[in-house]
Design a protein around this ligand. Structure first.
Ligand code: NAD
Length: 269
């Protein structure tokens, strides 16, 4: 697969470049950045410090659209996504969209593009987190509301939002598994005279400290036993590895919006 990385000098872009060099069946043909980025024209090997025979010595950061790529992976900024999609449609390229924070108009543009090209779109591309979502959905459906469900997440002290998008995704998966509406049963933290825990409540709690990349635990607690499902991210490479697996899966698929559930085979494509 000939792959282009959009946002290649960014935090995710750098992780993608490193991971792509370790992945069989994947050749990076373009490292794309915004045209005014200081890295434009510099050698990727020099800027990124990547030592791999799989990364062409002459590959430079570029501001041009990567026409020769079969798949593009977008980890840029939400305002760039609409133009990027237009270019991918014009070149018939598979599109893996990891960029978050899209406006409603930008989301509409993703759906419109997906009538012509295949798109994998996921706010969290980690394989482990996506597997956890499925385990939580299934566990909730099997165990039901007799098992009190609590979600605890922990992130580094610099994180600006709480609870994390992933914790909310886990809460949604839990509610879906139980066949209830999350907003009817969610409880975000507890304080004061809260009264007894209502049956069916889903508790969601955020811890902050240090440089924790991202921990999520979902507990199902009954009188006689407790099940805990935990995912711990060690680095951003978990997102990069998932995005690359999605790209390999996506090339030559028919147009449409796919999620990591499709990539992992939990839902037929
Ligand atoms: P970053 O700011 O470090 O990197 C973004 C890069 O994109 C920058 O280098 C920027 O110059 C570049 N860029 C902006 N517009 C561009 C354009 N039009 N063409 C090419 N390059 C362009 O940010 P980051 O931490 O790498 O995150 C990027 C995005 O990915 C964010 O939206 C973030 O929330 C999201 N993200 C998603 C996942 C996931 O699993 N889906 C995981 C981590 C981050």
């Amino acid at each position: 697969m000939k792959l282009a990385i959009l946002g290649a000098a960014g935090r995710m872009g750098q992780n993608l470049l490193r991971c792509a060099c370790k992945m069989d069946g994947c050749t990076v043909v373009a490292a794309v950045e915004r045209p005014d980025h200081p890295a434009i024209g510099s050698l990727v090997k020099e800027v990124s410090g990547i030592r791999s025979e799989r990364l062409p010595d002459s590959l430079c950061f570029s501001g041009n659209w990567p026409e020769s790529a079969e798949a593009v992976i977008d980890f840029t900024f939400h305002t760039s996504v609409v133009d990027n999609l237009k270019n991918a449609v014009a070149n018939g390229q598979a599109y893996v969209l990891g960029t978050t924070g899209l406006t409603d108009e930008e989301k509409d543009a993703v759906h419109a593009a997906a009538t012509q090209i295949p798109v994998v779109w996921a706010p969290n591309m980690s394989l482990g987190v996506n597997l956890l979502l499925e385990l939580v959905r299934r566990s909730a459906s099997v165990l039901g509301p007799d098992y009190d469900a609590e979600i605890v997440e922990m992130h580094h002290r610099l994180k600006k939002d709480a609870p994390s998008g992933t914790a909310l995704g886990l809460a949604e998966a839990l509610a879906e598994g139980r066949g209830v509406n999350l907003k009817d049963v969610a409880c975000y933290g507890r304080e004061g005279i809260t009264g007894e825990r209502p049956r069916g409540e889903i508790g969601i709690h955020a811890l902050r400290g240090g440089s924790v990349v991202g921990d999520h635990t979902v507990m199902f607690v009954a009188d006689e036993e407790r099940i805990e499902l935990t995912h711990r991210a060690n680095s951003r490479e978990s997102f990069a590895a998932g995005a690359l697996r999605a790209a390999l899966w996506l090339v030559n698929r028919k147009p449409g919006v796919y999620t990591m559930r499709h990539v992992l085979g939990f839902e037929p494509a």
